[in-house]
Design a binder for this molecule. Structure first.
Ligand code: FES
Length: 139
């Protein structure tokens, strides 16, 4: 779907505790949020939702909670290995976060996943084109 790697951020832009949030468009036209997290030797990218309740975001806009190399779900506290995405304890035990392919070259993180294309930094915005789902003004 993409024409080539899309530059996302410098590795140094990805917080050591927390996450770097961005939004992609998938092949079916839907939007999805993705988080970049720091590893000891690089970064990993995961779809921004828990495997216990998939409407629960790991990063709610101010960075995912990270502890000892694990991503902590804010809802019920499941811990996902930041490198493998696997949860071995908690409500999501046995499940793995959905991976998004990225590469790091000379300190720059690029999106190389052909199943989605980069839209913008940050989370899904109301005007991202999901019609009529959240009318917040009425006259
Ligand atoms: S929603 Fe994440 S552990 Fe329950």
């Amino acid at each position: 779907m993409t024409t080539g790697p899309t530059r996302l951020a410098d590795v140094s832009d990805v917080p050591e505790t927390g996450s770097y949030l961005f939004t992609v468009r998938e092949a079916d036209g839907g939007r999805e949020e993705v988080i970049l997290v720091r590893l000891a030797d690089g970064v990993a990218a995961w779809k921004n939702f828990c495997q216990h309740e998939t409407d629960q975001r790991l990063d709610r806009g101010s960075g995912a909670a990270m502890r000892d190399g694990e991503i902590l779900c804010p809802k019920h506290g499941s811990m996902f290995d930041a490198r493998t995405g696997y949860c071995d304890d908690g409500k999501a035990a046995g499940a793995t976060l959905v991976e998004v392919e990225v590469t790091v070259e000379e300190g720059v993180v690029s999106l190389t996943d052909e199943r989605c294309e980069f839209l913008h930094e940050g989370g899904i915005e109301e005007d991202d084109g999901m019609p009529g789902t959240s009318s917040h003004l009425s006259f």
